[in-house]
Design a protein around this ligand. Structure first.
Ligand SMILES: Cc1cc2nc3c(=O)[nH]c(=O)nc-3n(C[C@H](O)[C@H](O)[C@H](O)COP(=O)(O)OP(=O)(O)OC[C@H]3O[C@@H](n4cnc5c(N)ncnc54)[C@H](O)[C@@H]3O)c2cc1C
Ligand code: FES
Length: 399
């Protein structure tokens, strides 16, 4: 009994703390402080965030809540579904990873991110094990094209999420319910087991209060007593839920394996590509298994990269040795002595922020990446999804 009361007191204190943060931060009065300030507010080059809370969402996922670390700099607004890049320096290596914003875009006071541990992952393990309440961390502005577009997407939306791929959909659902948007939403959420269903309580609550939101959890490794759907998100399961693909718009978020599988299912249902939008979480675990990878090149192979870049106004030429199976951007960042800073956002080939001039040599680019024609014509690559197959020469000063 005493324990229960203490828990309630703690919950109350937490809610009070959140309420105080919300009440203190108001949307900036854009119309009072001019266009330049508006642009800077929407597209700040970088933001400084301070961790205010860390909560456990599952055994391998935590929720991080951040406020702006600068009193006179409110957080940049975002569209539900977008992500920010968290920029970290870990043991001398400066890098970043994108994370979808979980919080509602209607809250100006804080951002929330749900970070899942990746086995041997460089940044996710750092965030989960070393980031503490009070720490300050750099971040990009909100980025990404995965958000609701009322002109093109219509009124019937199908969200397909795998594991931590649920995060942008939580923000989108929060926005839909807060604004009472007249949209029909079907969420198909694939997880391993019941324990892996992130935000289940909130999702169940939304479903029970909103007849326009239908949610199906599909577990690939459920316990024997699970009485929901089992297996993978197949075309039959999709049709069971949504009845027909006609007039529906599909959003897919998850890892590469899940995406390829869902894309096949949607092809079989004759869903046109222009009725889908997707976000892939990170590079493949093993690029040598990707279709088109040259079979004679293995994880043991390395090549030389000749890098040109500008430092203190002078053009520098350096040579480094890198693995063929690591994304070039990671290898360049890992070369601590060069202290290269390469602009990046999505690290999955979508945003083009990392575009880099390839002077010579051959790279393998992940097949699903769509380069702009102009970039291809002039020999630009996206190092976040490029793997060097031969010695290569790149010039970072020509981006
Ligand atoms: C738009 C977007 C939104 C995202 N949102 C979320 C989110 O909301 N929540 C979430 O948990 N995740 C999210 N992710 C994934 C997240 O950005 C990271 O990819 C994830 O946390 C793993 O990062 P890591 O640094 O721990 O792993 P990494 O260290 O980057 O490892 C990932 C893979 O990189 C390869 N790799 C790395 N180093 C090497 C090397 N030395 N040699 C060979 N291969 C190597 C391996 O294949 C490895 O499996 C999102 C990704 C994108 C693109
Ligand atoms: S960081 Fe977005 S394409 Fe490379």
């Amino acid at each position: 009994m005493e324990k229960e009361i203490m828990n309630d007191v703690k919950k109350y204190q937490k809610l009070e703390k959140l309420k105080k943060i919300r009440d203190e931060v108001q949307p900036i009065p854009w119309y009072f402080d001019g266009l330049e300030s508006l642009c800077d507010r929407i597209h700040p080059e970088k933001q400084l965030l301070q961790v205010t809370d860390i909560e456990e969402l599952s055994k391998d996922t935590k929720l991080f809540r951040f406020i702006s670390a600068k009193a006179n700099k409110p957080l940049a607004p975002f569209r539900a579904g977008q992500y920010i890049g968290l920029i970290v320096e870990i043991d001398g290596v400066r890098t970043s990873r994108p994370f979808s914003l979980v919080s509602s875009p209607n809250l100006y006071a804080y951002y929330e991110l749900g970070v899942k541990r990746k086995e041997n992952g460089f940044v996710s393990n750092y965030l989960l094990d070393r980031l503490k309440v009070g720490d300050i961390i750099e971040a990009t502005e909100p980025l990404g094209e995965l958000y609701y577009n009322q002109i093109f997407h219509g009124k019937n939306l199908v969200f397909i999420a795998g594991g931590s791929g649920i995060t942008p959909f939580i923000s989108m659902l929060r926005n839909i319910t807060e604004h009472n948007l007249k949209l029909n939403v079907w969420l198909l959420f694939g997880c391993l087991s019941e324990e892996d269903i992130l935000f289940k309580k909130e999702l169940d609550d939304i479903q029970s209060r909103r007849p326009n939101v239908k949610i199906q959890y599909i577990l690939s490794e459920p316990r024997a007593d699970w009485n929901g759907a089992r297996g993978f998100i197949t075309k039959d399961k999709i049709l069971d839920e949504i009845n027909t693909v006609k007039d529906k718009f599909f959003y897919i978020v998850g890892n590469r394996a899940m995406y390829s599988f869902i894309q096949e299912q949607l092809n079989e249902l004759n869903v046109p590509k222009f009725r889908t939008i997707f976000e892939l979480y990170g590079v493949p675990d093993d690029v040598t298994e990707v279709i088109g990878w040259p079979k004679n090149i293995t994880a043991l192979d390395s090549v030389k990269v000749f890098v040109d870049f500008i430092q203190q106004g002078k053009k520098i030429h350096e040579t480094i040795e890198v693995s063929c199976t690591e994304p070039l951007l990671n290898s360049l960042e890992r070369e601590k002595s060069l202290r290269l800073i390469i602009n990046n956002g999505c690290r999955s080939g979508a945003c083009a922020l990392c575009r880099t001039k390839l002077i010579s040599g051959t790279i393998f680019m992940l097949p699903e990446v769509k380069m702009r024609e102009i970039d291809q014509e002039f020999g630009f690559i996206h190092p976040c999804v490029s793997y060097p197959l031969t010695d290569i020469h790149i010039d970072l000063s020509l981006a």
